[in-house]
Design a protein around this ligand. Structure first.
Ligand code: ATP
Ligand code: MG
Length: 157
């Protein structure tokens, strides 16, 4: 197991996405200023966590046909000491209430060329890291995924 900093993992995913964004000018990259590189690390697989971030960013981008905003934030979980939170919020069309309970199911997709595996795989990775996933979505306004992970006990902030 690696000891990836949540901020570092996300930073790498960002760089990959920034390269992709150069070819997709309608995709507005968000405000990364809220990322905190000084957060304590989580114990886990850096590549797997990057994959989770990429899956969520890809979904947001695919949802926002014609552009929009994605906001990523990291920080401590106020009400749960020793835990870290990562949120990815987009200004896309949101998820229909009847779809919301199915989005983590394997093969559930509303896309013509989707496999429906992105969120199911992401959920499994977060669970393997003892983390949690929550989603809030308001049709017409956007979608926010919130992940939390336990920080390594005793690691410096
Ligand atoms: N940010 C989002 N905004 C709107 N809908 C979303 C968002 N994220 C996920 N969804 C919905 O959840 C469904 C499942 O997402 P998931 O990533 O598992 O599969 P997919 O994106 O359809 O296919 P794949 O990821 O395999 O290419 C999507 O088809 C879409 O309907
Ligand atoms: Mg997807």
């Amino acid at each position: 197991m690696d000891h990836p900093g949540l901020g570092g993992s996300i930073g790498t995913a960002f760089r990959m996405r920034e390269e992709a964004a150069a070819y997709e000018p309608d995709w507005v990259l968000c405000d990364a200023t809220a990322l905190d590189p000084a957060l304590p690390p989580v114990l886990g697989d850096a590549n797997a966590l990057q994959q989770v971030v990429l899956n969520l960013l890809t979904n947001s981008r695919e949802a926002m046909v014609g552009g929009g905003e994605i906001r990523i934030e990291t920080g401590p979980v106020a009400e749960r000491r020793g835990w870290l939170r990562l949120s990815i919020a987009d200004s896309g069309p949101g998820i229909a209430p009847e779809a919301l309970s199915k989005i983590f199911d394997p093969f559930f997709t509303t896309k013509v060329e989707g496999t429906g595996l992105g969120l199911s795989v992401s959920y499994g990775i977060v669970r393997d890291h003892q983390g949690t996933v929550d989603v809030e979505s308001v049709p017409g306004k956007g979608t926010t995924f919130v992940l939390t992970f336990p920080a390594i006990p005793g690691a410096a902030a």
